[in-house]
Design a protein around this ligand. Sequence first.
Ligand SMILES: [Zn+2]
Length: 390
Amino acid sequence: MIRPIHWPLLPGLALLSAAGQAREEPPAAVVRQSFDVTVPQAPTPVKILGKAELTYEIHLTNFSDSPLTVKRIRILDRANKTLAEFAGETLDRRLAGVSGPGGSVAPGSRSVLFVETDLQPGGVPRAFRPIIDYKVAGDDRIFRTEAPWQEINAASPVILGPPLAGGPWAAVHDPSWQRGHRRVFYTIDGRARLPGRYAIDFVKLDQQGRTTTGDADRTGDAFGYGDDVLAVADGEIVGMRDDVAESALISRNPAHPLGEGAGNYVALRLGNGQVAFYEHLRPGNVRVRLGERVRQGQVIGRLGFTGDTTGPHLHFHLADANSLLGAEGVPFVFDRFVLLGRIDDMAQFGKVPWHAPKDLTPERLREWPGFNIVLAFGTVESLKPRQTRR
Ligand SMILES: [Zn+2]
């Protein structure tokens, strides 16, 4: 399940055609019903561990009366250079139906391709075009749809200060998780949206990679429980809740209705109109009121264990509107953080130390934390006393 930080985009498929080589057989020249292809959210390039990456979803809706099976999806730039290509296993694991597997799309159904692609240095394209090869039930031929051009958002992601102090913090998120933040759509007001597209769950560790000092079932024993949660920027508090009860035992956390999954939360509207969401906060400890203006670095609450969560942590995401579930997740970068390592196998999370990075400098500037990395907020210098404390 767990993938390396950057998925290989073209594993085993020597179909790169920058110079026009590797032409495949032409698809049958027959007028067929095809997919309706949309990219509801134009992607914004975001820097992750030194590389610019695009994160987006391609929605494929079958308006025909026959099942359509996706065989291959290629993403081209204006120069017809292949930015990414998905077929076979790489297609299977990135394509999901609205409810179930996504490769064969029944009449009236929709599948979504979840894409994260590295971009070449200095080569951020202005637009991209999905080319869909597919089969129609009962026909052996492969048909092709050249979908409309899709725009790429040239704006830079907003630069934020830290939501927490020090570390080590595991930045838990992985786009390959079928029910992870990246893939769960909510349709609460007439439109399917992905609020957690760039969400990160911050879990505090000790130097051995453990998440708790003592009894793993005791909420209060978790590292980071009660830690200060900080305003990532100057802004206005536009949402909050502080009265969701907290279970003293992790195993006793009840299920919550859809609107209460976030538990206690704070919504902070930034100067650019985007809204930062902090979730699962400790009850009775939210330090701000609706309408209050806060300064970057100000303590706004404490890390807790409320709402739908399997352990104390801070859920953090940025959205394009003031709604927990009815807003699109948008990218952000942190001004700076220190990369300590990466958790290679999340099945061992909390049990084994992280792996230190080999080729990456620890000091990361203006990046979105990569998948399942371990980081500390602050500078390398500022962290030295903390790291020798134990
Ligand atoms: Zn979360």
